[in-house]
Design a protein around this ligand. Structure first.
Ligand code: CUA
Length: 341
């Protein structure tokens, strides 16, 4: 009997141990989720994170106060043998007023910082911001830099520390622009332009995701934000603005160029100097990108080959049809497209 009692761990201690383990586990795992909103990397994302932290603080304070009051009432006013019937408080004016005012104060504490943050993050972008048009397509994002004369797809490049002013648009259905590390979601709505701005505070690559159900490949409508030092960003712009290098006429890439410019590709894709299709991604510098097909595949010759062979098999609902290309044609196109740095 004595041995059994000694081995028994008190309930409170085991509950605390479990809680500590859970907290430690979630804390350690946070950075394993690349699309976490709890790891802010811009002024906008920090504004939301600070708001969340404040609200959680007040929620915990209120929870503890209510819990302590409940414990006090349970113990102080518990039924005792022979005790008289407690005093009735129905219709007590002071209590009625108190529990009307208390929630009003709490709601004000929640509302004021929330509304201030909404106004701050919805304001017009500061002057001198880098202007980017983010245009949703089923199922990829197009990025245009009107002042720089650059158009790209699936990968958005920006310099660290400078505010980016984004016009969010769509050519078809509703999408939602969302880089969790940079801030909240904002919808792309047919027939209107929504706005967002943020200044990234850290260099690196951040993942984004369409956040509005937009059809069968909604989950495959991803994007990358590449935040570079200003000099690297300027160099990227220069490379994007340069005309693509024409392949040596005897090479496989030259054969690919011929297939591209004589095939159906030109109806949908732009390659500067060759075609001006507006339906699919601009491919002028597709070889310089790290991913293809709405940032779902790494841009390797193998993946590009698989993609060209049968796009709808690689991305359900893909608007790029299977062109029934022969393996030789695919190899030539891969050589050409990967040469477009
Ligand atoms: Cu676009 Cu979901």
């Amino acid at each position: 009997m004595a041995g059994r009692l000694q081995a028994k761990v008190p309930f409170g201690q085991s509950a605390l141990a479990v809680l500590a383990c859970l907290l430690a586990a979630t804390g350690c795992k946070l950075n394993q989720f690349p699309q976490s909103t709890l790891d802010p990397k811009s002024d906008y994302a920090w504004a939301i994170k600070r708001l969340l932290d404040q609200q959680v603080f007040w929620v915990v304070v209120i929870f503890m106060l209510v819990l302590l009051a409940q414990l006090f009432i349970l113990i102080r006013f518990r039924a005792r043998p022979g005790a008289p019937e407690p005093k009735h408080i129905h219709g007590n004016t002071m209590l009625e007023i108190a529990w009307t005012i208390a929630p009003a104060i709490i709601l004000t504490l929640v509302a004021v910082p929330t509304v201030l943050t909404i106004y701050k993050t919805q304001a017009p972008a500061p002057a001198g911001s880098l202007h980017v048009r983010a245009i949703g397509h089923q199922w990829w994002w197009e990025f245009q830099y009107p002042e720089l004369g650059v158009t790209t797809a699936s990968e958005m490049f920006v310099p660290v520390g400078r505010t980016v002013a984004i016009d969010i648009e769509t050519v078809d259905v509703m999408h939602s622009f969302w880089f969790p590390a940079m801030g909240g979601k904002r919808d792309a709505i047919p027939g209107r332009v929504n706005h967002m701005f943020f200044a990234p505070d850290t260099t690196g690559t951040f993942l984004g995701q369409c956040a509005e159900l937009c059809g069968v490949s909604h989950a495959n409508m991803r994007m990358k934000l590449i935040v570079n030092d200003p000099e690297e960003f300027d160099a990227w712009v220069e490379r994007q603005k340069s005309a693509p290098v024409h392949p040596d006429s005897t090479s496989l890439a030259a054969r690919g160029k011929q297939i591209f410019s004589q095939g159906a590709c030109i109806a949908c894709h732009t390659i500067t100097g060759i075609s001006a299709g507006m339906i699919g991604p601009n491919l002028t510098h597709v070889g310089s990108r790290s991913s293809i097909a709405g940032a779902i595949y790494e841009n390797t010759p193998e993946n590009l080959g698989h993609w060209l062979t049968d796009p709808p098999a690689r991305k359900p609902g893909s608007l790029m049809p299977n062109q029934a290309l022969t393996p030789d044609q695919v190899a030539a196109l891969v050589a050409y497209l990967t040469s477009l740095k």
